[in-house]
Design a protein around this ligand. Sequence first.
Ligand code: SF4
Length: 314
Amino acid sequence: MNDNQKIQYIEKIYQKLSKNLKSCTLCPRNCQINRLNNELGYCGQGKKIKIYSSFLHFGEEPPISGKRGSGTIFFSGCSLRCAYCQNYKFSQQPKGEVVEEEDLARIMVDLAKNNAENINLVTPAHFLPQILKALKISWEKGLKLPIVYNGSGYEQKETVEALEPIIDSWLIDFKYISSETAKNYSNSPRYPHLVKNTLSYLYKQKNGQNKLNKGQIPPIIIRHLILPGHIDETRRILTWIKKNTPQAWISVMSQYQPYFKAKEFAKINRTLNLKEYNQIKKLVEVLGLRGWLQEFKPQENLAGVHFKKGKREL
Ligand code: SF4
């Protein structure tokens, strides 16, 4: 798509998705509340965009941060709300600043002026119509940066399909593969089914584009945070990736900290231990997956912020 076609396309999907706000089904929670009247659903967010922070992020995966930093925008609220959320301060507590679409567009343009490598939208699902409007404004102002969709994996199929043509890189979490674990920690037994469908669809769409030239960003990066006491979950996830999306890039993270409500679950109320880490490291090598694995530094308080230092290419 050329720039004009992209602007026309985004207007079309904005019109379609913005209708959702009246009876919100933007994510699989399907709350069907009227966010235009500021009713709050599971994500805790109403009509207006709320942003916790925007900055040049040097701690994302190497091709996302690049040399100049990823133009990262952290949105407040989340529709998944994991018990151990590593970003709970703004995803589950009412922190952040309410902004208009024009303000968000200005933030994007400012990130570009500050030499950002890309625009990195973190957990955007519950604000998608507003974000699309802001993106359209910023594109009309000449923004040309690649767009990174940095999501939890808890996405609506129709939304992913609508966005696919305008997203340059899908950075998608794969948190759980068993419904029981997904129910325990994120109150979403359907999560594994949804994330597998999303990744399979994206992989099919982006098939053949996984060889990177210098400076390019991967079309799909699958991120997985290893949970302590759940090594078999990680084993099954990595095995699924090997079988179903073998050329996707992976990012395996070991930085888990027992934040937020983790203390209510004995199994995850600690950091990862070295034995668990080594098991996963070995598995990643045996499977021959490509991407990045964080080094074993669970004591560092880096969760959700910086993890570049701990990453190495597989
Ligand atoms: S985006 Fe929020 S209000 Fe809408 S369906 Fe999801 S959780 Fe509910």
